[in-house]
Design a protein around this ligand. Structure first.
Ligand code: PMP
Length: 430
C-alpha cells in the first residue's frame, strides 16, 4: 500500500517534494509517539513532523477542544474570540522573564516563515534601521525575507536577489570550529560587534539580530553559555532589536519553555510556530516586548491571523505540557538519550559529537579523516527505519542524526528506540 501511494505521489506531485527515497513510509495513523503506516507497520517516531507534535500525534486532550471549536466555527480574522484571548494569555504565562507581563503577540499567518517576516518588520519599524545580522548555519524559512536571513544556499537555490542588507556572522560551534567553548563565543561576538560598529556588505544601519538559540536545521548546534547574553548586551548598547527564533527549539522542546530560558536571556521579539498549533495545525506567532508595539492597525496583515481552531489547539497543548510536567520529563529523557549516545560514541571516532538540550538532540558523524559524513547518517537512518524507528537528519552536510521526539515519548519506548539506534550506529560504523 505504501509503495502504491508513493508511486502515485511521485507521478502526480511537485518535484519540489523532498522525500527520502529510501524511507518508504505512508502514514495512516499516529498516536502519541508512534505512527502506523498504510501496511500496518508501527514505528516509534523520533521526528514528530519536524518537532511539531510535542504533545504527541492526535493528542486526545487537544483534539477534544478542536472538535468543540470546529463544531462552532473555524475561521475569522482579528475579531475577538475566546480562543484568541486565551492563547495570548497563555503565551504571556510562559513567556521568558523580561517579556512576561509585557508581552504582545502578533499572529501573522500559518507558518514559521510568516512569524519571521513579522519579526523583521518589527525590527525595522522600531529602529529605523534597514540591515539584519543573522548567523551561518541558521535556518529561518522559505519566504523571501526568511530566506534572506537563512544562510545555507541549499535553501535559496538561485532565488536571488533577496534582501541585500543581511550579513551572516559566525555561530559558535566549538566542535566544528575546533575551538574551546569560550573561544567560539568570543569569536562570534567579536564578529557581531564589528558588524554593528562598522557595518559592511551593504548593511548600512543594523535594525536587528536574528538568531536561533539552538540551531535546528544547521545540526542542533548548541552554543555555549554566554553567547545569548553577549548578543543581548550588543543589542542593548546599540539599539538593535534582538530576535530569538524559537520555532523549532521552543514550547518545551529543550525541557524549558524556550531554549533561551536555559541562559535566562530575554529577546525583544521571539518567533514561535510548529508546536504552537498543538497537534499540527498551522499557526505561528511573534511575541515581543510591549515597547516595540509601535505599529498601527493593518501594519502586519494575513488572512489566517486568527485561526481559532489552531489557537484552541495551541492553548490546550500548553496546558497538557503543564499538567503532565513534560518539561521535566523532556530534561530527564534527554539526559537518558544523550547518555546512550555517549556510550555508543565511547571508542567510536565516527560518532564525534553529541549535543543538545532536553529532547532537541544531535549526533554528528564524521569519516575516518574527521570530515562530515552524511552517508553514514543516511545509513543509520535507513537501518533504524527498517527496524521501526523514525529518526531524521540535519546539518549542512546532512551528517547530524537529529532527535526531535514528541515530549510524550515514554521511557520504555525511548529505550526500545535507542536499542535500535545504538545497534544501527554499531553496525554502520563497524
Ligand atoms: N525557523 C526555524 C528555526 C525553523 O526550524 C523553521 C522550520 N524548520 C522555520 C523557521 C520556518 O518555519 P516554516 O517551515 O513553518 O515556515
Amino acid at each position: 500500500n505504501t509503495r502504491a501511494l508513493l508511486e502515485k505521489q511521485r507521478e502526480i506531485d511537485s518535484s519540489a517534494v523532498a522525500y527520502p527515497d529510501d524511507i518508504p513510509i505512508a502514514f495512516e495513523e499516529g498516536k502519541g509517539a508512534t505512527v502506523r503506516d498504510a501496511d500496518g507497520n508501527t514505528y516509534i517516531d523520533l521526528f514528530a513532523g519536524i518537532g511539531v507534535l510535542n504533545v504527541g500525534h492526535s493528542n486526545p486532550y487537544v483534539l477534544e477542544a478542536v472538535h468543540e471549536q470546529a463544531d462552532k466555527f473555524v475561521h475569522t480574522v482579528d475579531f475577538p474570540t475566546e480562543a484568541r484571548l486565551e492563547l495570548i494569555e497563555k503565551l504571556d504565562e510562559i513567556a521568558p522573564d523580561g517579556l512576561q507581563g509585557q508581552n504582545k503577540v502578533v499572529f501573522g499567518g500559518p507558518t514559521g516563515s510568516d512569524a519571521i517576516e513579522a519579526s523583521i518588520k518589527l525590527s525595522k519599524y522600531n529602529t529605523g534601521g534597514d540591515g539584519l545580522i543573522a548567523f551561518r548555519g541558521g535556518y529561518h524559512g522559505a519566504t523571501s525575507g526568511a530566506m534572506s536571513v537563512t544562510s545555507n544556499k541549499k535553501f535559496k537555490g538561485e532565488y536571488t536577489p533577496l534582501l541585500s542588507d543581511v550579513v551572516h556572522a559566525p555561530y559558535p560551534h566549538p566542535f566544528r570550529q575546533d575551538k574551546t567553548p569560550e573561544e567560539a563565543v568570543d569569536h562570534a561576538l567579536e564578529e557581531v560587534q564589528a558588524i554593528v560598529e562598522d557595518p559592511y556588505g551593504g548593511l548600512a544601519n543594523p535594525a536587528g539580530i536574528i538568531v536561533e538559540p539552538i540551531q535546528g536545521e544547521g545540526g542542533i548546534v548548541t552554543p555555549p553559555k554566554g553567547f545569548l547574553q553577549g548578543l543581548r548586551d550588543i543589542a542593548d548598547d546599540n539599539d538593535v532589536t534582538l530576535v530569538f527564533d524559537e520555532i523549532q527549539s521552543g514550547l518545551g522542546r529543550t525541557g524549558q519553555w524556550w531554549a533561551s530560558d536555559w541562559d535566562g536571556v530575554a529577546p525583544d521579539a521571539m518567533t514561535s510556530a510548529k508546536a504552537l498549533g498543538g497537534v499540527g495545525f498551522p499557526l505561528s506567532a511573534t511575541m515581543y516586548h510591549e515597547d516595540l508595539d509601535t505599529w498601527g492597525p493593518g501594519d502586519h496583515a494575513g488572512t489566517y491571523r486568527g485561526h481559532v481552531v489552531g489557537m484552541r489547539a495551541g492553548t490546550r497543548a500548553i496546558e497538557y505540557i503543564q499538567d503532565h510536567d513534560l518539561l521535566a520529563h523532556a530534561r530527564d529523557l534527554g539526559e537518558y538519550i544523550q547518555g546512550r549516545l555517549r556510550e555508543a560514541a565511547d571508542g567510536n571516532d565516527r560518532l564525534a559529537d553529541i549535543r543538545g538540550k532536553g529532547l532537541f538532540i544531535g549526533a554528528e558523524f564524521v569519516d575516518a579523516d574527521g570530515k562530515p559524513d552524511g552517508d553514514l547518517v543516511d545509513a543509520v537512518q535507513q537501518y533504524c527505519f527498517e527496524r521501526g524507528v523514525l529518526v531524521w537528519t540535519a546539518g549542512r552536510h546532512g551528517n547530524v542524526l537529529r532527535f526531535l521526539p514528541p515530549l510524550v515519548l515514554t521511557h520504555e519506548l525511548a529505550e526500545t528506540a535507542l536499542d535500535v539506534v545504538v545497534e544501527a550506529i554499531e553496525s554502520v560504523t563497524a
